[in-house]
Ligand binder design. Structure first.
Ligand SMILES: [Zn+2]
Length: 113
């Protein structure tokens, strides 16, 4: 149990002020609060183009900057999904294209011969 630095009375840790003397109590466990009124959309864009950076920022800021962390994490997630979708679509497109134009067999023939 902590004690009031002013009057020496026992105080609870979640108290903001001492109930005996009214002195405001310092919160040792209080985390550094960031001003999150700034726009965090930029971190989403950053995460989108550099998912690894977004993921790292997400992990670093998870506790201290939940808003910026969420933005970076969301951007990274969308970036990964979009990249994967494009890779998948490209694969499908190439497969269909080769199949339709008979290039599939031709392509394999080239590799074998
Ligand atoms: Zn006190």
């Amino acid at each position: 149990m902590p004690y009031c630095s002013n009057c020496g009375k026992e105080v609870r840790e979640d108290q903001d002020v001492c109930l005996s003397c009214g002195k405001s109590l310092p919160h040792k466990s209080q985390k550094k609060v960031y001003d999150e009124t700034e726009s965090t959309g930029g971190y989403a864009v950053l995460g989108f183009f550099f998912p690894i950076v977004g993921l790292i920022l997400y992990l670093i800021w998870k506790d201290d900057r939940p808003k910026a962390s969420a933005s970076a994490g969301k951007g990274a997630l969308i970036g990964v999904i979009v990249s994967a979708s494009f890779a998948f679509l490209y694969f499908i497109f190439m497969f269909v294209f080769m199949f339709l134009f008979g290039g599939f067999a031709f392509g394999f023939g080239n590799i074998i011969l």
